[in-house]
Design a protein around this ligand. Structure first.
Ligand code: GDP
Length: 332
């Protein structure tokens, strides 16, 4: 990346120039320390202009139809004159360095719309790093005037929780399943989803999808029984045939209305506080990994623990003492 003039980049982002916000996202994704400093400067300029989009997380296991759905929803929103950004949080990109999510070839129609911007998942080393980059990319897209930001993630592990922590509404996609398979949907998902959609409700599977939606709705009423809160609605759709997409979007909007502007503000504020601590944890983890003093005891600790000669708690104390630079290493 050539030298960056942050104020002029910020001005170009605010003017909604695609090349500028694309470059700005590359900057916030960078882990180089000089880039990090410039990214902070840029974000300080952009943040007062951010916050204006509808932030929606979209999750589901591979093959459920996420990219087809985002393509259909994106087209629907673009038709309404909205500018749409698509980001992705892909935990596997951390390992492989490549990313399937937010892939333009998977959303080929949306990708060529001047009203839409699709960005694949950053591969920023750790889930925390990816989350930081994605959350900051969202700020950039909002400052550039996007009305809706969709954050795609896969239905595995921690990444759903991470994405739920950066969006206003979390949409969970599933497909028709039998009762037994429904048990397999993680209870955690039913707790974080704000809207559920049974996709592929077309052809022979339409009825099955309706039945699944009913069953899921019943399960959700149980999970949320006795609360005054939002009970996540379950709808069916066919992303492939673009049927029911407006219904899903309508539920997203209703969820926002339920939160109200005050509720939304509080939700986002709480998310920022949690995100702050997540960033701190991630940074500490990173320091622990790269600390030289820790590196010096690592091999010794590893051997002792693997040989069953040192209890884990003692080993952990030893590592922390090394990290803190304490002389009084336990057991020495
Ligand atoms: P992702 O891995 O969750 O992003 O899923 P994709 O969007 O790549 O879709 C996986 C497969 O399911 C593709 O072959 C799609 O054409 C198909 N698919 C997606 N949505 C629908 C739908 O609504 N109905 C049907 N019949 N197939 C769909």
């Amino acid at each position: 990346m050539p030298a960056i003039d942050v104020p002029s980049l910020a001005a170009d982002v605010l003017a909604g120039r695609r090349a500028a916000f694309s470059r700005a996202i590359t900057l916030v994704e960078s882990s180089r320390s000089d880039h990090r400093a410039q990214a902070r400067e840029l974000l300080a300029e952009l943040t007062p202009h951010a916050g204006g989009s509808v932030r929606v997380g979209i999750s589901g296991v591979p093959g459920v139809g996420k990219s087809t759905f985002i393509e259909a929803l994106g087209a629907h929103l673009v038709e309404q004159g909205k500018r749409v950004g698509v980001l992705a949080v892909d935990p596997s990109s951390v390992r492989t360095g490549g990313s399937v999510l937010g892939d333009k070839t998977r959303m080929s129609t949306l990708a060529v719309s001047p009203q839409a911007y699709i960005r694949p998942s950053p591969s920023a080393g750790t889930l925390g790093g990816v989350a930081r980059a994605t959350s900051q990319a969202m700020t950039v897209l909002e400052a550039a005037g996007h009305d809706v930001v969709l954050v795609e993630t896969v239905g595995v592990g921690q990444s759903e929780i991470t994405v739920a922590g950066m969006v206003d509404t979390f949409l969970f996609l599933t497909i028709a399943r039998t009762g037994d398979q429904l048990q397999g949907i993680k209870k955690g998902i039913l707790e974080i989803a704000d809207v559920l959609c049974v996709n592929k409700a077309d052809g022979e599977r339409a009825q099955e999808a309706e039945a699944t939606a009913k069953e899921l709705a019943g399960a959700l009423r149980l999970v949320h029984a006795g609360t005054q809160g939002w009970v996540p609605p379950v709808v069916t759709a066919s992303a492939l045939e673009s049927v029911g997409i407006d219904r899903v979007w309508n539920r997203v909007i209703r969820h926002r209305e339920f939160l109200g502007s005050r509720g939304l503000q509080e939700k986002r504020a709480t998310q920022q506080l949690e995100f702050t601590w997540a960033l701190v944890r991630d940074e500490l983890d990173q320091r622990l990994r790269t600390d030289e003093r820790v590196a010096r005891v690592r091999a010794e600790v590893r051997e002792a623990v693997l040989a069953g000669e040192m209890p884990a708690a003692t080993a952990a104390d030893l590592i922390l003492a090394a990290y803190d630079g304490r002389e009084d290493l336990p057991g020495t």
